[in-house]
Each structure stands twice: as C-alpha cells, then as structure tokens.
Design a protein around this ligand. Structure first.
Ligand code: NAP
Length: 479
C-alpha cells in the first residue's frame, strides 16, 4: 500500500483539520478493498460549520470581486501543482482511468479560473425611469452561505462547479462530497488553505447524508442548497425545502438519447458515440443512454461501433492505457447486469461484452446490445455503466419523438451534417445540452443543467454565477 492509501483523512472545518472517532472507510472499486478512512461529523459539528461560515460572510462579501478572483486563481495554482497527485486519489476512490482523472483536474482548474474572472462581471443595471423624479437601479448581491452536495461520479469537479461560482459571488460554502469519494474534496480543501482563503469561507463536511441534508434544509444560515445527484434525492430535497422555501439548484439524473442520422460522417459519429457512451465507464449523468440509428446506415454504424468498443481496454484505472475502469460498487454492477439480462430477454442481441470481468473489483465488459426495444429497462432507466443499447428510426420526426419520450432532459446528442436539421433539433430537442457531433459537450463557459426531471437551474457559464446572486431593485424618489 502506498502512503496515501494508509492515511486516515481529517475534515476541514472553520479553517482547522478535525479528526473524530467515528470514521467511514473508503473502498477502491478496482479491488473492492478498503484503503482509507475519513472522519465523520455529527449534527452539532455540521451546525457549527454554518455558524463559522456566517461569521466569515461579512469579510468575504466585503472584499472586491477582483480580490476574491485572485484567491480563486491561487487555489487554481495549487490545484495545478498537485494535479497528478489528486488525480491519483480520484482514481483510487472512484475507479476512473488516470487520464480521465487528470481531465477532471484540468476541468476543475478551468472552472476556478473561469469564475475567478466571471465574479467581476456580476453586473446590475440602471434602468430608464418611468416616473418623473424617480430613478431605478438593479443590484446583484451574494445570496449568503451555501450548502453544496456532490455525487461520486465526478468526485471533485462537480463540487467545484458549485463552490467556485459561490465563492466568486461572495458566498461562503459548506461542501458535502459523496461519502464514497470524499478524498479529492479533502485534498481540494488543502489547496484552499494553501491559497490563504480565510477559515470558514470554504469547509468540507462528511457524514450521514440524511443528517447533513436535514441541517442544510433547516438551518436558517444556509440560504441556498445546490445539489448534484439522483432525481430521487432531488425530489426529497424539494419536499424538505418546502417548509423554509429554501432556494434549490438541482442537477439530477439523465437518460440521454443519441441520434445517428444517415448524413453523418460515419467515422466521426462512431468516435463521438464511443466518447458519449463510455467516458467515465458510462457513469456520467450526460452519458448516451439510448442510441438510435437511422435504418439505412444501421448495419454499417453498428459494425464500426462494435470494432471501436472491442478496442477499449478495461482494467484498473491506475494501469496505463486503461479506457474503462470498474463500476463504483457491487450494487452498480448488479444493476447493469440486470439491465443487460432484461434487454436480452426482450429480444436484444448482445454483440459484445455482457459479462462481469474477473472476481475482484467491479468490472463489466463494455457491452453493445442491438435491436433493443423501448420497454427495455436500459431505454427507460439511467444505465450508469458501459452498456450501449441500440435501436433504429426511419425519419427525423420519429427520432425527435423518441428522443423526447422521457421524463428526463439533461443532455442529448445528434450526429449529422445537415445544417437545417441541426437548427430544427436545437429548437425541438428537450434537453439542457445538445451535442452535435460532440460526445463531450461540457465547458466552463457555457451553461449546464437539465429540463423536466433532470433538474432546476444552470451551472457554469454566466448563469452559473447568477445562481448565487440575489437581484435587488433600488428605487430612488425625489430626484
Ligand atoms: P445520490 O445517491 O443522489 O447522491 C448524491 C449526493 O447526495 C451524495 O453526496 C449523497 O451522499 C447525497 N445524498 C444521498 N442521500 C441523500 C439524502 N437523502 N438527502 C440529501 N443528500 C443525499 O446520487 P449518486 O448515486 O451519488 O450520483 C449518481 C446520480 O447523480 C445519477 O442519477 C446521475 O445522473 C446524477 N448526476 C447528475 C449530474 C448533473 O449534473 N445533472 C451530474 C452527475 C451525476 P452519500 O454519498 O454520502 O450517500
């Protein structure tokens, strides 16, 4: 075991590193073995995080956006310096291939730098008055202390997608990472400390999700909850927020359709579909869940796609050249195997993969299933695994109808070179993000989020900052 694997991790509270008797164990999905432990907090300690954040708020809100940006850039410098080491932690706790963990680090740094700049553009406006002697102005103010909850699939970057804009806007943040993958967020807190951000401005809490969420929901200091995770938990948060009318941003589940039209560049379409489906071992909220291919090119697309899938190398994320890592845990593996069995039992043809690999860790062979019908589980439920179900369509209208026939609307993909069609899809597809010949359509400078049951609000882009700002009208009389 390497040094970091034996470490017992503390949590970062009020600018101090806290060790408690109660610990959770962290499992390496590549081996199924526990390799680290983390201190957990009780309700009292989580509450104290909010008191400390509230105490830090006036000074943090009071400095200029330019100064806050300078702090965030210093955090980004620390992240940059430690990118390989923290990427290794991500791979250990989450399982993803090292190259992708490094990609997550690069995106984390980019989010920090984007919001370091964007904080300076929290513009209000002066509005031409309608009543003589009056004047009207709109100002933006930080919303206050923020509670952020992040999932395990992108353990660091999804938390920072919340923390960076909140901090840039002038809001202290209490971040709760997933208890399956808290290590990279703890390492990030070290970067925050090294950058000199005052204690209490950014804190990490680890412990029972239900207890922490309850504190976020009921503590009046917490002015906003920003959550990324399942639609099921998002729904619980909405119910819990009803009492205090707590504002929520929700990044929830997806069931992305990917449409391959017969005018596409076939090689490019295959390549981008491989990325859209298999990045992060299929455990991405924007992963292509359902692949629909226009009938006239179906056979050729499937032939080339299967060749591409068979070239993907599955193994531990730390092994050089790995494309596909393990799934996060046994439950995820069982759920994926159940979806494969269900699709096959309904007439789907497994063209490659379909089975567990090895007996330690949670590896699944990258799988392609053709001729999958609409009622199959993998066409209706989030798959979160390297399983690619394929069906066919005849016309553009039919493709749009099947794409929209879901309660989710996070992302969608289309492989086509027809400019008219691209505009029609942009107008009619019900999703927060549409990737045209692009299997990885996420970037710091553009909004990200879902429609329908995929969530409320947007992260990233200029919208990402606005999520942590209040809008106030100031009206002047007797002018
Ligand atoms: P999850 O079970 O909903 O957990 C997400 C976070 O919520 C974790 O920190 C978890 O803590 C916490 N949590 C669990 N139960 C809670 C409760 N009752 N109240 C408040 N918080 C609670 O989701 P996941 O399995 O980690 O992540 C996968 C899901 O996230 C998928 O559905 C995926 O599509 C979605 N996702 C969405 C986006 C997006 O941007 N829209 C991005 C990534 C993932 P513990 O880990 O400690 O239980």
């Amino acid at each position: 075991m390497s040094e970091e694997q034996q470490k017992s991790y503390k949590v970062y509270l009020g600018g101090k590193w806290i060790e408690t008797a109660e610990k959770i164990q962290i499992t390496d999905p590549a081996t199924g073995q526990k390799f680290a432990s983390v201190s957990t907090l009780n309700r009292e300690q989580v509450r104290s995080a909010f008191d400390t954040a509230q105490a830090a708020l006036p000074a943090w809100r009071g400095i200029t956006a330019k100064e806050r940006g300078a702090y965030l850039n210093r955090v980004a410098d620390e992240v940059h310096k430690r990118a390989d080491e923290i990427a290794r932690l991500i791979t250990l706790e989450n399982g993803k291939p090292m190259a992708q963990s490094k990609g997550e680090m690069a995106m984390t740094e980019d989010h920090l730098r984007w919001f370091a700049e964007e904080g300076r553009r929290a513009y209000g406006r002066v509005v031409p008055h309608q009543v003589p002697g009056k004047r009207n102005m709109v100002v933006k103010t930080p919303i206050g202390v923020v509670g952020a909850i992040a999932p395990w699939n992108f353990p660091l970057v999804l938390g920072i997608r919340k923390a960076a804009p909140a901090l840039a806007a002038g809001c202290p943040v209490v971040l709760k990472p997933s208890s399956q993958t808290p290590l990279s967020s703890i390492a990030f807190a070290e970067c925050v400390e090294a950058a000199g951000i005052p204690g209490g401005v950014f804190q990490v809490v680890v412990g029972s999700a239900r207890m922490i969420a309850e504190e976020f929901l009921t503590n009046s200091i917490c002015r906003k909850i920003t959550f990324t995770g399942s639609t099921e938990v998002g729904r619980e948060l909405i119910k819990g927020a009803a009492e205090s009318i707590k504002p929520l941003s929700l990044e929830l589940g997806g069931l992305a359709p990917l449409l391959v039209f017969d005018d596409c560049n076939l090689d490019q379409a295959v390549q981008e579909t491989l990325v859209a489906k298999f990045r992060n071992t299929g455990q991405s909220c924007i992963a292509a869940n359902r692949i629909y291919v226009q009938r006239s090119i179906h056979d050729e697309f499937v032939k080339r796609f299967v060749v591409g899938v068979q070239k993907l190398k599955t193994g531990p994320g730390l092994d050089p050249g790995t494309d596909i890592g393990p799934l996060i845990n046994q439950q995820a593996l069982d759920a994926a195997l159940a979806q494969i069995e269900d699709a096959a039992s309904r007439g789907g043809k497994v063209l490659c993969g379909g089975k567990r690999m090895g007996s330690s860790g949670f590896f699944l062979e990258p799988t392609v299933i053709d001729g999958v019908g609409g009622p199959s589980l993998c066409m209706r439920e989030e798959t979160f695994a390297p399983v690619a179900p394929i069906a066919t369509f005849e016309t553009e209208d039919e493709a749009i109808d099947v794409a929209n026939a879901s309660e989710y609307g996070l992302s969608a993909y289309a492989m086509t070179r027809d400019i008219g069609r691209i505009f029609r899809l942009a107008e009619r597809i019900e999703a927060g993000t549409l990737g045209i010949n692009d299997g990885a359509p996420t970037t710091s400078n553009c909004p990200f989020g879902g429609v329908k049951q995929s969530g409320w609000g947007r992260e990233l882009g200029i919208e990402g900052l606005d999520a942590f700002l209040e809008t106030k009208h100031v009206s002047f009389g007797g002018m």
